[in-house]
Write a protein that binds this ligand. Structure first.
Ligand code: AVI
Length: 320
């Protein structure tokens, strides 16, 4: 039953995006089990500096974060939205467990397989850690959190996931968080900072082809789940960065004039030669924009943690 609901939402979103002008697809559909695996390959490439930066930040500031999260040594829930492979978060988890901090780790991810893998890993590597795993869209899962536990909470939203939201989604997300986060609860949120075009484009247009595969997997998913016949080899992947606005946009571009049949929609989609599909926004920010965002949703910035190159910031917000 659940599968049917999901499929119809996917079908509806695909129909909306591919009949729009210009065409677009929603990045949340990148993360089926295959897409989540490709994203792990992306995170391991040296060009994708975001992961290294956040590793550095969490490693260098784990003790200070522990003090700021676990004030007054009362039990708290560490809730991660989009936990993925949990590789970076493990830096904090290990440190907190070693220092006998009283907390539960609640991991929320859209990929069931990613959750299962993380659960297995944590059970062997950190058997003393109290964990809870929830699979689903975090917009939907967030509302249930305060019903499930009365503990104070520290939310983690790492990896610049906020950058993948369009402005209206970012507004919806931060408004919803602002409603469920209670006074003195905290949010550690990752932002990729504006920087040189060269560095950014290498990360989003990599020579290994992982980012291309990640984007094409969305078409593969439409083929499989919506009974379509995209010839993925006829699409090339392109990334653009606007240094003023900080927008990094990914596109798949049709290499020829063609029609694609989507069985579930009983419809053909027509492409002109060189017609793009807008696949993803990866917004970059500056510190002033981050400050204004925090303020507009009722938070104060307690501390900004940056890496040595000032490429990335994990910003700790507290609900006023
Ligand atoms: C998950 N998100 C923060 C990634 C990003 O950097 O926007 C997704 C990604 N897309 C291409 N490479 C990585």
């Amino acid at each position: 039953m659940e599968q049917i609901t999901k499929l119809s939402t996917f079908a509806k979103d695909t129909k909306k995006g591919l009949s729009a002008h210009p065409k677009f697809l929603l990045p949340k559909y990148f993360y089926d089990d295959k897409g989540s695996k490709i994203f792990q390959d992306i995170m391991q490439m040296p060009e994708y500096y975001l992961t290294d930066c956040e590793f550095e930040i969490l490693t260098n500031h784990q003790t200070e974060m522990m003090q700021l999260f676990g004030q007054e040594s009362t039990l708290f829930d560490l809730v991660e939205l989009g936990s993925g492979d949990g590789l970076k978060t493990k830096i904090l988890l290990k440190h907190f467990v070693k220092n006998k901090i009283r907390f539960n780790y609640v991991a929320i991810d859209i990929s069931h397989e990613a959750n299962e893998m993380l659960e297995r890993k944590l059970r062997t590597e950190l058997p003393a850690l109290k964990t809870e795993f929830k699979t689903g869209d975090y917009f939907e899962m967030m509302n249930a959190l305060n019903r499930d536990s009365d503990n104070s909470k520290v939310f983690l939203f790492l990896g610049s996931n906020i950058g993948n939201f369009m402005e209206d989604e970012r507004h919806r997300f931060l408004s919803q968080l602002s409603k469920i986060i209670r006074r003195n609860d905290k949010l550690l949120i990752g932002f990729d900072l504006k920087k040189s075009k060269e560095v950014i484009l290498k990360a989003y247009n990599d020579p290994h082809g992982h980012t291309r595969a990640f984007n094409l997997n969305h078409l593969v998913r439409i083929n499989k789940e919506l009974d379509a016949n995209f010839d993925t080899e006829t699409f090339r992947h392109v990334a653009h960065y606007n240094e003023d606005s900080g927008e990094t946009k990914s596109f798949l571009v049709s290499g020829k004039k063609q029609s694609v049949y989507i069985g579930a929609l009983e419809n053909n989609v027509h492409f002109l030669k060189d017609e793009p599909i807008y696949m993803e926004l990866s917004q970059k920010f500056d510190l002033e924009e981050i400050h204004q965002l925090a303020r507009s949703y009722g938070f104060a910035i307690e501390k900004n943690f940056t890496d040595s190159r000032n490429y990335f910031v994990d910003s700790l917000w507290i609900k006023k």
